[in-house]
Ligand binder design. Sequence first.
Ligand code: ADE
Length: 248
Amino acid sequence: MKIDVVTVFPEYLQPLDLSLIGRARERGMIDLTVHDLRRWTHDVHHSVDGAPAGGGAGMVMKPQPWGECFDELIPEAPTGAAGPAKPRLLVTSPAGRPFTQAMAHELAAEPWLMFACGRYEGIDQRVVDYAADRMEVTEVSIGDYVLFGGEVAVLAIIEAVTRLVPGVLGNAASLDDESHTAGVLEAPAYTRPAEWRGYEVPPVLLSGDHGKVDRWRREQALLRTARARPDLLERLDPGSLDKRDRLL
Ligand code: ADE
């Protein structure tokens, strides 16, 4: 998978050199490049923003550097060229579509993602409109709160997406039962020792009876979801319920 990130703070994306994403990059599974938007500015101050049209607080990212960035990073592909001609563009914004595990799966199937990190009061809307006439564009939010900019959102999205790319995660089985995959939260997890400071690992987990362990985990998952995220239970597909699931 090819990933490009365009930002005015490339240093913010340094965590992408670490851990499992760093390893996936070293192994060539993820081809990720972070670009400094100021490369496409021409004035001495490398300015990327301007006052909002119509007045108001803050600054808006101006279209010119974004346009030249797209021209360079997404050249018109000659017919018959190998690889995807256009990326799927993700523009981070608190006004975007909510990012979910379902969207992470959708994005993990794309051959090329490009992230445009918004800063200040956002990017001039014409940048999004221009891009949307040429490629698939999704404005995306990681939650109902406002960050200083999109960089942290991009870190979260790239982490959620790349771990779904085949081969990136060592143990793919751990993807099956995790929170949000089946519409419910994951059951609590325990490890050794069996007793710690007077707190015990639930005995069923040490019983060796896989059927009982599975049933216990399912009940705990439903209980946890009912307590922390009742909204998820309301949206649960009735077809995903087992006849032994008691509605809590
Ligand atoms: N930029 C600022 N806040 C954001 C959010 N919640 N999600 C995505 N990008 C953002």
